[in-house]
Design a protein around this ligand. Sequence first.
Ligand code: HEC
Ligand code: HEC
Length: 285
Amino acid sequence: MNFKALTATIALIAAAPVVALAGGADDDTLVLNGEVEMTTKAAAPAHMADTYVDEIISGWHFRADETQALQMDDFENQGMIFVDDGLATWETVEGSEGKSCASCHESPDSMKGVAATYPKWNEDAGELRTVQMQMNDCRVNRMGAAPWKYDAKVAINVEAMIASQSRGMPVDVQIDGPVKAAWEQGKELYYTRTGILELSCASCHEENYGNYIRADHLSQGQINGFPTYRLKNAKLNGVHSRFKGCVRDTRAETYSPGSEEFIALELYVKSRGNGLSVEGPSVRN
Ligand code: HEC
Ligand code: HEC
């Protein structure tokens, strides 16, 4: 976004009604490969009772028909090419222990449910883990291999392969117990206005979804479809890189992929999609 667009953004946000109308989401139905009907709209989870949002909506509904169509058919979804790359990596032996992911986990369908429930608390390590953190833990501690850089292409491709195993399952991340503090931190970040434009995630994705910023149709900023294949850069994109892009657009200082802040924000944003189907890899602009 250039500065002119940002000025327009401020005007848009200033003019926005106090209670946003759930405009802009179309009534199409996302059926995957003519078989699996996805839940792309659902009642907001209980923890969102104090927000403007009573219905949670997948970003798919805010995209043009042509873009939507690409995600409905695996032969059209270019993200699936990267899923194949991820599968090849899954089967590749690396590191001092002479193992591949497949040596221990066997078939990729052993990963069913992972994308629906991560970020998740790991009891032994006593930490909240994203899928990428868990993959790196296996690489370092079980394979004797180097960790992947956060949101590196290879890591995102494997993450997408893992996500694809859960497509159609409802997002269901835990928000209480040991992850409660991180979830609260993520929520705080979501509502904090930053940058010279003083915008928060909520300014755009809660108060203005359905509205347009220039040619961009604002969605709720859900992450049930990640990793996402973007037509704009013709590759899969990770959640943290997307967050980084959004924060940068508000001209604020941003956090790095893999940072504690983005891990917490990922948990919080993911929990706003509890009930939507996992769609990764989805297709977006
Ligand atoms: C030497 C065996 C071994 C190898 C090799 C291995 N893992 Fe794991 N992995 C495990 C074990 C054991 C667990 C369960 C650990 C736990 O719960 O803390 C696990 C857990 C996971 C989980 C979390 C599953 C869940 O249901 O929460 C993911 C995701 C994962 N591994 C991905 C990978 C990937 C990707 C690779 C290859 C880069 C890999 N693993 C390589 C042994 C392995
Ligand atoms: C200035 C407005 C603006 C702000 C502030 C903003 N975003 Fe975005 N965001 C956008 C636009 C525009 C898009 C692309 C259209 C869409 O999907 O909404 C987008 C897309 C996204 C997506 C991709 C959604 C999908 O379905 O693929 C996510 C996730 C996201 N934003 C999260 C965030 C988070 C988290 C924050 C706060 C750290 C944030 N955004 C702040 C404008 C904003």
